[in-house]
Design a protein around this ligand. Sequence first.
Ligand SMILES: Cc1cc2nc3c(=O)[nH]c(=O)nc-3n(C[C@H](O)[C@H](O)[C@H](O)COP(=O)(O)OP(=O)(O)OC[C@H]3O[C@@H](n4cnc5c(N)ncnc54)[C@H](O)[C@@H]3O)c2cc1C
Length: 466
Amino acid sequence: MNASIGLYERLAARLGERGWTANPADMAPHLTEWRGRYTGTTPFLAMPATTAEVQDVVRLCAEAGAAITPQGGNTGLVGGQIPDGEVLLSLKRMNRIRDVDALNDAMTVEAGVVLEKAHDAAKAAERMFPLSLGSQGSATIGGLISTNAGGVHVMRYGMMRDLVLGLEVVLPDGSLLPALKALRKDNTGYDLKQLFIGAEGTLGVVTAATLKLFARPTEHVAAVAGAMDVAAALRLLHLAKARTGALSAFELMNRTSVDVTVKHIDGVRDPFAMAPSYVVLMEFEAGGGADLEHLVEAVLADALEEGLIIDAQVARSEAQAKSYWRLRETIPAAHRLEGAQVNMDISVPVSALPEYFAQAQALSTALHEGARMVAFGHAGDGNIHTTIMQRPGADPASFPGEAIIEAVQRMASGLGGSISAEHGIGVSRRDELPAYKDPVALALMKTVKAALDPKRIMNPRAMLEA
Ligand SMILES: Cc1cc2nc3c(=O)[nH]c(=O)nc-3n(C[C@H](O)[C@H](O)[C@H](O)COP(=O)(O)OP(=O)(O)OC[C@H]3O[C@@H](n4cnc5c(N)ncnc54)[C@H](O)[C@@H]3O)c2cc1C
């Protein structure tokens, strides 16, 4: 305890008045996750503004043997950003755009830069940073890197891992890995930056990153289509990719997703009167001169004629496109209002999606008669967010949530899938990981952790059991 008191005094002296707080009211927003699923505690909230300050915070904590939880925008979905007695290290004051090199299609930003601000900086240089997700008004570059975030444009641009050229990382002893190279080709040994992408703060603190930029598409088209089964929706995916070469998002929503969202969210409506079993939302983008709208219309007409879909619409205005996206993005807020439920972030090979949908519903029904499945998400990547909800009117206490998770995840794993497609492991999936990860891979992860963080001070509760 005395060592800790000494530590907090040393940290406070190093960070200055604006760089820390132990005031419960100021710390409160950092200690609760936005859905209220995790509430934490911390003796000290450090808010460094420079890489040198982050280094000193980590060094002082390492010397005192005090654990650290890094935090960005606190939008993570697996609880890894909420401390349980550790020093909380917020990167939010590290929010400078350090450099935009339009000719090299690269931009260097600090970890606390919010994704929307990174989009704006790229746009100001007439370039584009393509990562796009529902939390982009709050999620930070450091958090997005640490969770290897995905989002809606993965099928065209890849996950965060594919968008990082270089990283600056403070290691668990306070030393610096200055790997901010803006190179697309650099075969000089292990690609160390990849270790820290998706590491959820367990191997070090990301302080800055050099990100890939792209040409800004000049044409955007959004469209929705109604399909009666998953296999037909996937044939539409194949057709749209092959015929346009411009597909950037392919989101699938099952009927229950659409129905609960229309029921609970004001102003959201089903685009189709015929209530298809699946609604597909597609986005296309091109560099100009492609007459994209006509191309998309032709693809949809052929899909209708082939019987892959029963109806389709192309957005004629930005407002119409936004209304499609609003339906997709408000599904999580809607299904939360439907009683006892469990949520999973599953991926399987795209070709296995029809089997996944059928089995997930069948297994859930077998365990809880009348179980309802909300299944939606990035079908173009094989990533389906799956929520199994209780039968209306059932006693929530009788809902076999854990058994359903186990059954659905086992089945997905058997299809060659993953139990965490894009949200990470954090604390919520940590205890399940050993059951699904290959033992050799898990042992290697522990070896890496022990080598980089022998005192186990970096986010010690996240991802790997002690
Ligand atoms: C509405 C909504 C929609 C979402 N949609 C998607 C989606 O489509 N795809 C997707 O992949 N994710 C999605 N997410 C989750 C997404 O992973 C997070 O929003 C984001 O990646 C986390 O960024 P953050 O800055 O909030 O990090 P936090 O939540 O603060 O932290 C997340 C993790 O990263 C660690 N961390 C944070 N900053 C650093 C750092 N600088 N150095 C080291 N470790 C650090 C934390 O310790 C924690 O383990 C969504 C979340 C919400 C709320």
